[in-house]
Design a protein around this ligand. Structure first.
Ligand code: ACO
Length: 432
């Protein structure tokens, strides 16, 4: 393959040459445009897991995995984590620019005004088993929003696109808290619109009708930070799922429900839950060596959960920020369960010095620490991935809006390398 300034030239097996256009983004590597490859040259590309394939143009989020850079609409996540709030970041992701004071206040108010669920939706929770996983309930109830808001899902209507995003952002915490209350057998707590986004979530999770509930500002601050860090991550598995499901013109709430389901897997958002399960299984610092050896053993399926990332190959910038918050939460909440945190810190140190992890560029990712914070806030392990979904919901909504408004948009439909039998004749059953 030879490179010229704005085309890639490929030589095919028969010696003929094909030229492919190269496209440049604002920052980041160039991409080879292969959209006409099959039409002009009769071949497809092969890239399982899409490790080298761009599926769309996007101006929402940029990641440089080598340098550990993450930017939302051009703003480094470190700056947003330090100075912004989740609601402001949500506005930025959905509307491309940071809001003025008046815009922020209006947006915040709009989200507060959409927190209640249609009362009929609460009946769904009565149908679930008391021990249903909250991610299963989240996915099902978000999908059911299609049945409630079908009169405002015209993708060509800007107002409909807006109200869809507002409902997703505002109602997911209410659904998540209802799922948790079902699990613990407590009455569902209605949202309070005088509280901010994370305070309201804590209230719905932990208040009971029998006594007043005092919101811990450190807990609200920690959740807000986690949601900022989880708000978007360009074409990750769940976001690509939302785009793919939505590309058929499917109801956007169904597309978000598909994203929730994709997030649940342990290789993706389910990792925060898996990290805590793993730390509990390891149990004690004396066992770390044994588990690190298991993670390195090719014949053992065990992996160090919370380590490694498809894109970040030096460090995950979110992990650096969250690690600091972990220390703050542990100190300020004066948690008694610091052994889990101490174990995590020791495991991190052992793995970071180990040749296997160094050679394969395996570093702690955001989920290595997020579960430890959730645990310290009293959030049960089964709710960790739900927390991730709440933060990511705004990214999903922003990507759905971008995808559906793209005039070049097409239904997502990858091709394949077929390895099954070639054509053969049907054999009657008595002759097989
Ligand atoms: N523990 C031990 N070995 C690992 C780990 C790990 N956590 N992660 C990757 N490796 C090894 C693989 O076995 C592979 O080794 P090989 O080259 O000898 O075959 C090599 O490192 C590359 O790993 P891949 O799985 O090919 O890398 P990929 O980019 O496909 O996977 C992933 C990334 C899924 C995140 C992976 O590192 C992993 O499973 N990590 C644990 C789960 C996790 O923490 N997921 C959260 C991701 S962050 C997020 O979604 C918010």
């Amino acid at each position: 393959m030879t490179v010229s300034q704005d085309t890639y030239r490929l030589t095919s097996p028969d010696g003929s040459e094909m030229e492919l256009p190269v496209r440049s983004g604002t920052v980041g590597p160039d991409v080879i445009d292969i959209a006409r490859l099959y039409r002009d040259h009769g071949v497809f590309t092969y890239d399982p897991g899409f490790v080298a394939t761009g599926s769309c143009e996007s101006d929402i989020t940029f990641i440089d995995g080598e340098k550990g850079v993450l930017m939302y609409r051009g703003y480094p996540v470190e700056q947003l984590a330090e100075h912004s709030s989740f609601i402001e970041v949500a506005y930025l992701l959905l509307n491309s620019e940071l809001p003025t004071e008046a815009e922020l206040s209006e947006f915040d108010n709009t989200i507060r005004m959409h927190t209640m669920l249609n009362e009929g939706m609460l009946n769904f929770f009565k149908g679930f088993r008391y021990d249903a996983h909250p991610m299963a309930m989240l996915s099902a109830v978000v999908g059911s929003m299609s049945a409630y808001y079908h009169d405002e899902i015209d993708a060509t209507n800007r107002g409909h696109r807006n109200i869809f995003s507002h409902r997703i952002l505002a109602k997911l915490p209410t659904i998540a808290a209802a799922a948790y209350k079902l699990n613990i057998g407590q009455p569902f707590i209605y949202p309070r619109n005088d509280l901010n986004y994370c305070e309201n979530l804590l209230h719905m999770l932990f208040a009971v009708p029998a006594e007043p509930y005092e919101i811990d500002p450190i807990a609200a601050e920690a959740l807000d930070l986690l949601f900022i860090l989880h708000a978007d991550h360009e074409q990750n598995c769940s976001t690509s799922t939302v785009r793919m499901a939505g590309s058929s013109g499917a109801n956007p709430y169904s597309a978000i429900a598909a994203g929730v389901s994709a997030l649940w897997g342990p290789a993706h958002g389910g990792a925060n839950e898996a990290v805590l399960d793993m730390l509990e299984e390891i149990g004690d610092v004396s066992q770390i060596g044994k588990y690190v050896d298991k993670a390195k053993d090719k014949n053992d399926p065990f992996r160090l959960m919370g380590f490694g990332h498809r894109v970040y190959k030096n460090f995950d910038p979110r992990a650096t920020i969250i690690r600091e918050m972990c220390h703050k939460v542990m100190k300020q909440l004066d948690r008694k369960d610091t052994p889990v945190f101490d174990l995590a810190l020791e495991l991190e140190q052992v793995a970071l010095k180990d040749d296997y992890f160094i050679e394969k560029n395996l570093y702690p990712n955001v989920d290595f620490y997020s579960g430890i914070i959730y645990r310290a806030l009293g959030i049960p392990t089964s709710m960790f991935t739900v927390m991730f979904a709440l933060g990511r919901s705004v990214g999903w909504a922003a990507h759905w809006r971008e995808m559906i408004s793209d005039p070049k948009g097409k239904i997502a439909r990858p091709r394949q390398l077929y390895t099954g039998p070639a054509a053969r004749d049907y054999t009657p059953v008595e002759k097989r």
